[in-house]
Write a protein that binds this ligand. Structure first.
Ligand SMILES: O=P(O)(O)OC[C@H]1O[C@H](O[C@H]2O[C@H](CO)[C@@H](O)[C@H](O)[C@H]2O)[C@H](O)[C@@H](O)[C@@H]1O
Length: 259
């Protein structure tokens, strides 16, 4: 495969490059229990190697920033920045900054679990600034997700939250930001001269769009899997084989820079 122009720009001038990475499905293999997700074993060392050479490494995730730090062992990685809750939260050098909790969260927290009462295998996730229902553990994950779409959207509208769909998950989160806004602002803040963003899910499309909108030499990477979203794959310059493929790509970039 020919090296995409954005990747060539990163290798030619690593000190100007920002590397943005989604967490679940990209840095961390997808697992049935969201609480059991952990960064790929090669992740922390690779992020540290890159972090010492590029302008910045940012993990941009729908997870709370503190959860990504814990599950990603990111406190051990010097210089990494975590933009959590789709950019609502920021963790950097051990300090977390976050806005007040959205006023609609209390009602969403009370009512969302009721929508999955009696649905065997469905799971409620409370992320403090957002809440989610997962259908991965049900007998028919996609059909159950489809059945929940309308009632979840109705609840979201009533409490002033936005619906964020993902892999067998519907999330209710504060509106007004997304991974694209978060990444775009971060690129400007750091004076990036090139950018790579890797992701696997619908929420990562906004970050892919931000790479294009930045006007910088950029490369978008799709972390593919058995349940790959064709919509996301179609927007990517490079497709790799899940988190293992992401690790191989990051290692090849680190190797090339270090050479
Ligand atoms: O932006 P991300 O870092 O990709 O986070 C998106 C959601 O990821 C988590 O759910 C997904 O991963 C789980 C663990 O592998 C999996 O069980 C689930 O089916 C996936 O949807 C997380 O639980 C959500 O809160 C995040 O919004």
């Amino acid at each position: 495969m020919e090296t995409p122009e954005g990747l060539r720009a990163i290798l030619a001038d690593p000190a100007g490059a920002v590397i943005g990475l989604d967490f679940d499905g990209t840095l961390s293999p997808i697992v049935p229990d969201p609480d059991a997700a952990r960064i790929h074993p090669r992740g922390p060392e690779l992020l540290a190697r890159l972090g010492g050479r590029v302008r910045a490494v940012a993990v941009v995730t729908g997870r709370p920033a503190a959860t990504a730090v814990e599950y990603g062992s990111l406190a051990e990685v010097p210089g990494v920045v975590v933009l959590g809750h789709y950019g609502l939260e920021r963790w950097e050098a051990g300090t977390l900054t976050a806005p007040p909790v959205h006023p609609g969260l209390d009602r969403a927290r009370a009512e969302l679990p009721r929508l999955i009462e009696g649905v065997a295998g469905a799971r409620f996730e409370d992320k403090e600034r957002s809440v989610a229902v997962h259908t991965r553990g049900t007998a028919e994950p996609q059909a159950t997700l489809e059945a929940l779409r309308d009632p979840v959207a109705k609840l979201a509208a009533e409490v002033g939250l936005a619906v964020e769909p993902g892999k067998f998950v519907l999330e209710l989160r504060p509106p007004g930001t997304d991974k694209g806004a978060a990444l775009g602002a971060f690129l400007a803040e750091r004076g990036a001269r090139s950018v790579l963003f890797a992701g696997d899910d619908l929420g990562d499309l906004a970050a892919f769009a931000a790479v294009r909108a930045s006007g910088l030499p950029g490369v978008t990477v799709f972390s593919g899997s058995a349940e790959a979203s064709a919509e996301v794959a179609a927007q990517a310059d490079i497709v790799v084989d899940g988190p293992e493929g992401v690790m191989d790509l990051l290692a090849s970039i680190a190797d090339a820079i270090e050479r």
